[in-house]
Structure formats: structure tokens, C-alpha cells
Design a protein around this ligand. Structure first.
Ligand SMILES: *Cc1c(COP(=O)(O)O)cnc(C)c1O
Length: 407
């Protein structure tokens, strides 16, 4: 097959690495020279069950051969079934299905505005956090707290109030002065801005403030959801019930699907005609997501994420803490950040050369790991070891070059 010139007729939206994968199996991706790479970011928190998982492949094949698509004009038992499963897990009541994290957050934003109207607010506002990432549509990039995501796309939307993350007094201050607020939208752990974990009481206090003011607490669990942090949703881990939870990424293990989950009194604000999606909740997507959730539950992968997360985090701390170039090593389950004192974008290519796929975020100083939930203990430790060596070599601490994975 003739290789397409990179970016020739593609819009220039991604700085792509010069590498092409031809197949995937479990935690490994294979390039066109059949070299293997450990996908330590699960293709950005999407392939939590690894690549080409047999149960997921089977579900897709079966549904593709039966009824791949039917419009939302008709009954859809798979969608009902998936809604039951997800609302049960998240302690919500109703689900709206769409195809991405951005769309799930758009849905949450629309619900919040309807909630505001119901409270008699005619310019309803949503509190959003500095450093947040909620997507690339106009509403979700407005909700995003990163200037580089917004720059050039002004005018941004009205109806958002910004607050520093993990800062309760700032929220109290807004509550006193701004009577248009009707909701708070946040990632319970900020992913794109470098695995930022709030203080232990932050989310529960936020819940209390929301209750006090009749605000919706809306968790963007697009990245934290689907078992990644050691519970199916981080809300459970934090012991909190959110009014709205959105997720996408890991829900379809690569098949596009997003969902906005809500308590009944919130979800019922929509009526036929309020909202919709042509592809949302189609049988292929729902059959796939049902297989993903069943696999996560049957194989106890939430518990595995917790266990593996500790294993990796401890190994990294043991190998790196105390080094003058490390400023922090943190994580919850399989969301792990290694923060360096200086930007380290070159590490991506160095890691790739040894067969390890990582990602750098948070002002280019945080190595973000989002490993697959299906990893073995041995592979998890090997990954940590390889990364420690790489960082040390990069910082000039060690001479030897780490070798690439051998077959
Ligand atoms: C990736 C991400 C999004 C956007 O999801 P898309 O599927 O790319 O639209 C939104 N919120 C968070 C927290 C994310 O990590």
C-alpha cells in the first residue's frame, strides 16, 4: 500500500510522531517494521483494556453482523441496557448517549443552563476551573481553563465563571458575589494539565457548597472514568454523588461513544426536541461499551488499576524521588504524573526509541502515564524501571542506554 504523505491533505491539528502502527495486541502496538511499543498512555486513556481485546472485538463483530445502526427514532434495547448499567454504577438515574467527551460535556452544559432557568436565573453561569480541559467545541473550549485551547476562537461564550482548582475559598467568594451561578463543572482529577489531584476534602466540601446553593455538581470523568482510578468512576472513590457525570474515552475501548449521566431531577429537564445526536447510542457503540463494562467488572479491573497504580507509583518514587530534577510524583490508580523541574518534551522521542509510548503535558513538565488496566505486574514494573532509566539518562545521571523491548 502506498503510504500517504504525512499531513499532506490533513488539516494541521496534530503534531504527529513519525511512526505508523499496523497492529495492536494487549498492551503492545506494532509498527510497520514490526517493532513493538508498550502503550503506556492507552492511546490517551481510550484503550484501557489494551488493543484488540478479544471480548471487545467479538462484541463488535457480532453486532456488525446483526444490526450495526438504527436511528434514535426507534426503540433501542442495547441503549436501554447500557443506560441501566451506567446509571446503576454511577448512582445516577438517566443517560444521554453521544459520541465523544466534548459532546457529553455539551450535554452537561445544556442541562446546567436548563437547571439555572428552572431556578429563575436568566443568565445562568457555570463555575469552571483554571487548568481544566473539557473539549474542543466552542462551549467546551470556553469551559476549558487553558488559554492556548481558546486563543483565536473568540468570541467565547457567556455564562462561565473561572476559579482556581482546589481552592474552596475562591468558590465561597463566587457564591457570595455571583447570583447567576447554577452549577460547577470540573474534572475530579485534572488530566490534560498534568494529573492534578485535589486535597482529600475538596470534592466533598464542593458537594456541600453545591447543595447549599442549589448548584449542580458536574464531574467530567471523560479521562478518570471507566476504571482508571481504581473505581469505575472517581466520584465513587471520593465517596461523592455528583448530579451529572460525563464520560467517553475508555467507555468504548476505541469505539467512539460518550455519555452524560444525570440524576432524575436534572435529566428530566430535557424533553423530546431539547437535545439529540444522530449517532449517539447506536447499537454498535452500545454493544461495545456493554462488553467493555462487563470485562472491567468480570476481571475486577478497577481493583487491578488500584493495585497496579500503587505498584508503579512506589517503584517510580523509589527510583526517582530525591533526584534534584524531580519536583513531584503523584497518582491515583492508573493516572500517574511525574513532574520534572524543567520542560522535557524530548523524552517522548527518547522513550519511543526504546519502545515505550508516553506523553508529556502540564506545561511540558509532567510525564503522564495512563497504562492499560490489563497489564501484568511484571510488565508494570518493567515499564517503571525503563522509565526511571530513561529519565536518569535524559537528566545526565546515567550513561548506559536503555534497550528496546525484545520479542
Ligand atoms: C479528552 C477529554 C475531553 C474531550 O473528549 P473528546 O472525546 O476528545 O471530545 C473532555 N474532558 C476530559 C477530561 C478529557 O480528558
Amino acid at each position: 500500500m502506498k503510504k500517504r504523505m504525512p499531513d499532506s491533505s490533513l488539516m494541521n491539528t496534530y503534531g504527529r510522531l513519525p511512526i505508523q502502527f499496523t497492529r495492536g495486541e494487549g498492551i503492545w502496538l506494532y509498527d510497520d517494521h514490526d517493532r513493538k511499543y508498550l502503550d503506556a498512555i492507552s492511546s490517551i486513556a481510550v484503550c484501557g483494556l489494551g488493543h484488540n481485546h478479544p471480548a471487545i472485538t467479538y462484541a463488535i463483530q457480532q453486532q456488525a453482523a446483526t444490526l450495526p445502526f438504527v436511528a434514535n427514532l426507534y426503540q433501542n434495547p442495547l441503549q436501554e441496557q447500557l443506560a441501566n448499567v451506567l446509571t446503576h454504577i454511577s448512582r445516577t438515574d438517566q443517560a444521554f448517549f453521544c459520541n465523544s467527551g466534548s459532546e457529553a460535556n455539551e450535554t452537561a452544559i445544556k442541562l446546567a443552563r436548563l437547571h439555572g432557568r428552572k431556578l429563575g436565573i436568566d443568565q445562568p453561569s457555570i463555575i469552571v476551573m483554571n487548568g481544566a480541559f473539557h473539549g474542543r467545541t466552542i462551549a467546551t473550549l470556553t469551559a476549558t481553563g487553558q488559554r492556548e485551547v481558546q486563543a483565536g476562537f473568540e468570541p467565547l461564550l457567556h455564562g462561565f465563571v473561572r476559579a482556581p482548582y482546589n481552592d474552596l475559598p475562591a468558590i465561597q467568594q463566587i457564591a457570595k458575589g455571583n447570583h447567576n451561578v447554577c452549577a460547577v463543572l470540573l474534572e475530579p482529577i485534572q488530566g490534560e494539565s498534568g494529573i492534578q489531584i485535589p486535597d482529600p476534602n475538596y470534592l466533598s466540601e464542593l458537594r456541600a457548597i453545591c447543595d447549599q446553593h442549589n448548584w449542580l455538581l458536574m464531574f467530567d470523568e471523560v479521562q478518570t472514568g471507566n476504571g482508571r482510578t481504581g473505581e469505575y468512576f472517581y466520584a465513587q472513590k471520593a465517596g461523592i454523588e455528583a448530579d451529572v457525570i460525563t464520560t467517553a474515552k475508555g467507555l468504548g475501548n476505541g469505539f467512539p461513544i460518550g455519555v452524560c449521566l444525570a440524576k432524575e431531577q436534572v435529566g428530566e429537564l430535557f424533553q423530546p426536541g431539547s437535545h439529540g445526536s444522530t449517532f449517539g447510542g447506536n447499537p454498535m457503540a452500545c454493544a461495545t461499551a456493554l462488553a467493555v463494562i462487563e470485562t472491567i467488572q468480570n476481571q475486577k479491573l478497577c481493583e487491578r488499576a488500584d493495585y497496579l497504580g500503587d505498584l508503579i507509583l512506589n517503584a517510580l518514587k523509589e527510583g526517582l524521588l530525591g533526584s534534584y530534577y524531580i519536583s513531584d510524583i503523584r497518582g491515583t490508580g492508573l493516572m500517574i504524573g511525574i513532574e520534572l523541574k524543567e520542560p522535557c518534551p524530548e523524552l517522548v522521542a527518547l522513550a519511543k526509541a526504546t519502545g515505550l509510548l508516553i506523553n508529556i503535558t502540564g506545561d511540558q513538565r509532567v510525564i503522564r502515564l495512563l497504562p492499560p488496566l490489563i497489564m501484568s505486574n511484571q510488565d508494570a514494573l518493567k515499564m517503571a524501571d525503563k522509565l526511571i532509566k530513561l529519565i536518569k539518562i535524559y537528566m545526565g545521571d546515567e550513561r548506559s542506554t536503555p534497550r528496546r523491548w525484545t520479542h
